[in-house]
Design a binder for this molecule. Structure first.
Ligand code: B12
Ligand code: SF4
Length: 485
């Protein structure tokens, strides 16, 4: 049975196309879909699943405003002569994959079409009611369910935790949640699955889960607590990165310092895999949790980028996020202390937060600009993200209270709220663009650039979603799908 797993990577980050500053590269400069490589590896590790299925991987760069996969990409999928196509979705490509699945169904009605990933996971039944695109959606962690489906030859979804599927006209929601993965026992996509991503930075998952519940984040919604990968796997994957000529490792867990002993073990595993510290390392860290003991560990194992979620300096905005108000003097001392360990930091902020205001945002921007100028040897850059109300988050649950209106396709960017009119969100984009132009260490999301460059924004959602290619008959040829293995 032929299974094709299809992923989508935001085009501006696919391969090695993302942001760099002064030769220093951030987490997003180089990316690919890791989930599909991992899912195939787990299937390969199961004798029955391996016997029944042959799994190919396709990872397509997707542009933010792209509506569906292009002809070349659909042909690349069909050329594999699949019995099953499984889409790995994020909020940025779930609509695009839904439309693409509908086109595939028209051309090859016998193909079974399934989807998983954070783009569909939270409101699977609602999505399936709204669109007939997928036969089944796998919610939550996908390894266990995917392997079991392979074992069954995708013949039945009965009794599989976390699965929503069609039975004729009926939608069936299996009541049990998806099985929680034991990360310590998991095979390695690179070492066991032969997954060889064509990107400079290798993505490694040292842990899964988060202790916190920031209101904008859907990352922490998976149950099962924080689980750790084995030290041997982390060391082995880092060594693989070095051996295969990767320039960097991106650690994609929620934070590397939930626990001081685990931070020590992670750093030791990295050193075991890369004793000369030749690979650049990028990781998320909770700055609030950093203490002397953690700083001592980091001093032995510096990272080229530690990403700190600051979000805002405005106390009211931070309250809605679920974070304590900031003491900026303490934070700056902490940044200096990180700098003394030899690591560099990227500060991450969100524009348009509930509780914030134009003045509050301007104050955050002032502080960020001052700090990147004052601490150039510590702060790589300060990045501003446009608030997206992600499915399953606390912000989504309180959407009415906060008066959120969001873009109806792709990433659910806020286009209006109780605290910001459309015009004010446009002003924020322009303010940001001005600062980014004068202080290159400030960066903002592509969508800020699009809005700030638009001459006349009558309808913010339409401006965000406008697809110049869709209005143009001379649409450029579609991007090539890259086989990732
Ligand atoms: C690497 C990464 C990226 C990469 C892209 C990677 C890619 N090609 O997919 C980059 C850096 C480009 C990126 C960008 C963004 N990202 Co991002 N990113 C991540 C990150 C850190 C790791 C993803 C990963 O590999 N995880 C490990 C794998 C194993 O987990 P997984 O992908 O969830 O897959 C599991 C299940 O979902 C399921 N599954 C997945 N696919 C499939 C398919 C099938 C068939 C099945 C059965 C199961 C299944 O099984 C897998 C194993 O359990 C996650 C956070 C996280 N740690 O997950 C955020 C995350 C995916 N990103 C997120 C967001 C919001 C964004 C941005 C929109 C942020 C922003 N505002 O800028 C941008 C996109 C901007 C744009 N231009 O459109 C959200 C997604 C939320 C959502 N509902 O979609 C996440 C979850 C973080 C969060 N804060 O909530 N991101
Ligand atoms: S933003 Fe980071 S710390 Fe907050 S819930 Fe998400 S993963 Fe956890």
């Amino acid at each position: 049975m032929k299974v094709v797993l299809v992923g989508g990577t935001p085009a501006e980050h696919a391969g090695d196309r993302g942001r760099t500053w002064d030769g220093r590269k951030d987490f997003a400069y180089s990316s690919y879909n890791y989930a599909i490589g991992l899912l195939r590896t787990c299937a390969l590790a199961d004798p029955r699943a391996r016997e029944v299925t042959d799994i190919a991987l396709l990872d397509f760069p997707v542009a933010r405003t792209q509506r569906r996969l292009g002809e070349a990409e659909l042909s690349a999928i069909l050329a594999e002569r699949p019995d099953v196509v499984g889409f790995s979705t994020g909020c940025w490509d779930v609509d695009l994959f839904e439309e693409s699945a509908t086109l595939l169904r028209r051309r090859a009605p016998s193909i079974r079409l399934i989807a998983g990933g954070p783009g569909v996971g939270q409101h699977a039944a609602r999505r399936m009611r709204a669109s007939p695109a997928f036969d089944a959606v796998i919610t939550g962690e996908g390894e266990g369910t995917f392997v079991e489906l392979c074992r069954r030859g995708f013949d039945s979804y009965e009794g599989l935790g976390g699965v929503v599927f069609r039975d004729g006209d009926r939608l069936v929601e299996n009541p049990e949640p998806a099985p929680v993965v034991d990360l310590a026992a998991q095979p390695s996509a690179y070492l066991d699955g032969g997954f060889e991503p064509r990107a400079d930075a290798l993505l490694v998952e040292p842990s899964r889960g988060c202790k916190f519940r920031c209101s904008f984040c859907s990352w922490s919604r998976l149950g099962g607590g924080v689980r750790q990968a084995s030290r041997a796997r982390i060391a082995g994957e880092v060594a693989f990165g070095l051996r295969r000529g990767h320039g960097a490792v991106n650690f994609c867990d929620t934070a590397i310092n939930h626990d001081t002993e685990r931070l020590r073990e992670l750093c030791e595993a990295i050193t075991e895999g890369d004793p000369g510290h030749r690979l650049r390392g990028s990781a998320f860290i909770r700055h609030e949790a950093l203490d002397e003991a953690q700083l001592d560990i980091l001093a032995e194992h510096p990272f080229s980028e530690l990403i700190l979620g600051i979000e805002s300096t405005h106390p009211r905005a931070l309250r809605t996020v679920g974070k304590a108000p900031l003491d900026l003097a303490t934070l700056e001392r902490r940044l200096e202390a990180i700098g003394r360990t030899g690591s560099r930091v990227t500060l991450s902020f969100i524009s348009g937060l509930p509780g914030d205001s134009l003045e509050g945002f301007a104050a955050t921007l002032d502080w960020a600009e001052a700090v990147v100028r004052r601490l150039p040897e510590v702060v790589n850059m300060a990045c501003f993200f446009w608030l997206a109300v992600l499915p399953g988050t606390r912000y989504e649950a309180r959407a009415e209270t906060y008066g959120f209106a969001v873009a109806r396709r792709g990433t659910p960017y806020v286009v209006r709220s109780r605290d910001f009119s459309e015009g004010e969100l446009v002003r924020i984009s322009r303010m940001l663009q001005e600062r980014v132009a004068r202080t290159p260490r400030l960066a903002c999301e592509d969508v800020h650039g699009v809005v700030s460059r638009a001459r006349d924004v009558r309808d913010l959602e339409a401006t965000i979603l406008a697809d110049p290619a869709a209005r143009d008959d001379r649409r450029p040829p579609p991007l090539d799908g890259r086989r990732t293995s």
